[in-house]
Design a binder for this molecule. Structure first.
Ligand SMILES: O=C(O)CCC(=O)C(=O)O
Ligand SMILES: [Fe+2]
Length: 216
């Protein structure tokens, strides 16, 4: 597949997201999952089963935080050229001479567990309806994403809405991401999104790695 930077950027600006397939091999996905599971076992008692309200409740999911200090191999993801080319346009727009740097803000991996009921629809920028794309989420799919395994819901074009999702009402136009492992989902952190219910424990959604890159 040929990627045209301009088309990709325009797509993200218009719809709030894009999925790029086959950015890393399936073999690499398995290797990353192995590293993540090892780290999960090492650190889970410190931080991975926090019983809190809403999104901060990590009881039904495995999470590994701060991947930059877990294994240097993750830098291959953080610095992936195709992704950085996109972020260079999105995150520098509006800055002085389109040249201000941006930084890696949150690098964690998440795996919903059996029985996980899904996440509320939310945004990750904490500011609904801003003029520029101030945070971009880059989510690496280390397993296939489908309707059975806790994939991610998104609401296309909702990054342009100047309010937060009301989870007490039916959220219209919500779609589920369906993509193969090795793909990357890139989205404006203002896009409404959330995890879906994990129905079949036998089909695993390993970890997705979410990188958040912000402007300074
Ligand atoms: O794993 C997902 O499907 C989404 C995770 C997410 O949105 C978050 O943790 O903020
Ligand atoms: Fe999120």
């Amino acid at each position: 597949m040929k990627y045209k930077l301009k088309n990709i950027v325009n797509n993200i600006k218009k719809n709030g997201y894009i999925i790029l397939p086959n950015l890393i091999s399936k073999n690499k996905c398995e290797k990353y999952k192995k590293i993540l599971n090892k780290n999960y076992e090492m650190y889970k008692d410190n931080y991975c089963s926090i019983k809190k309200e809403g999104l901060a409740n990590k009881q039904d999911e495995k999470v590994v935080f701060n991947l930059h200090n877990k294994n240097l191999k993750f830098f291959e993801l953080f610095q992936h050229k195709k992704v950085l080319d996109i972020l260079d346009v999105l995150l520098k727009e509006g800055s002085y001479k389109k040249s201000e740097p941006y930084y890696l803000n949150n690098i964690s991996a998440r795996c919903p567990l059996k029985g996980n009921k899904g996440q509320l629809i939310h945004i990750d920028s904490n500011l609904a309806g801003v003029n520029y794309n101030i945070i971009v989420n880059v989510m690496w799919l280390l397993d296939d994403f489908n309707e059975k395994n806790g994939s991610t819901y998104i609401v296309p074009k909702s990054h342009l809405v100047k309010k937060y999702a009301n989870n007490n009402k039916k959220i219209e136009n919500k779609i589920l991401i369906k993509a193969k492992k090795g793909s990357v989902l890139i989205f404006n952190a203002n896009l409404w999104h959330g995890g879906s219910e994990k129905k079949k424990p036998t089909i695993s959604l390993g970890y997705n790695i979410g990188l958040r890159k912000m402007v300074c």
